[in-house]
Design a protein around this ligand. Structure first.
Ligand code: HEC
Length: 159
């Protein structure tokens, strides 16, 4: 309880000391239709879940499982279609409606960060399978750094 109160007071103190600079949001605004935004954020929550599962697998000392999870979720396992990459009509039959995916609303700089995230996840899988836990953690932090970098640069808004 004491600890909780200490935490709470730290929180209250820190929020009351927010400066104007801290309130300013320098992230680039990326606009997309509400449905696309929903899809995008759902995809993001999936990333969070994947990260959680990777950490859990590492905690179990299961480097191969961690590699598999990274590859099939955040990575670009073979044949996996990525919504963020889609910016042209799908290659399905002409008669089919153009498949809508949020990729078409994402600016190039953000897409590049997304691609780097997928590359980092693939690299993590390779490193993890080599069996060195320390190296695996280092490589995992390359993934989480990409999450941080993009979140510091962009925000989404429905239009
Ligand atoms: C290419 C850019 C990019 C990368 C890389 C990225 N995100 Fe995001 N993510 C965003 C943006 C933009 C938002 C929306 C933020 C906003 O509008 O305030 C977001 C939102 C989220 C949210 C909130 C979802 C919700 O329902 O509101 C979570 C959770 C999240 N990201 C997790 C992750 C994790 C974990 C990673 C790394 C494995 C990651 N993201 C990598 C761009 C990215």
């Amino acid at each position: 309880m004491k600890r909780y109160i200490a935490l709470l007071s730290t929180f209250l103190l820190s929020t009351s000391a927010v400066t104007a600079e801290e309130m300013t949001d320098h992230r680039q605004l990326v606009e997309m239709p509400p449905q696309m935004q929903q899809m995008f954020l759902k995809n993001m929550r999936g990333h969070m879940e994947a990260l959680d599962q990777i950490i859990a697998a590492l905690a179990e000392n299961d480097l191969n499982a961690a590699a598999d999870i990274a590859e099939t979720t955040v990575g670009s396992a073979q044949g996996k279609k990525r919504q963020c990459d889609e910016n042209k009509p799908s290659q399905h039959k002409q008669t089919e409606h153009k498949k809508k995916a949020f990729g078409q609303f994402i600016p190039p700089a953000m897409k590049a960060m997304g691609r780097q995230l997928h590359i980092s996840a693939n690299e993590f899988a390779v490193v993890a399978r080599q069996g060195d836990m320390g190296e695996a953690y280092k490589s995992l932090s390359q993934i989480s750094s990409m999450c941080v970098a993009c979140h510091q640069s962009f925000q989404v808004k429905s239009k």
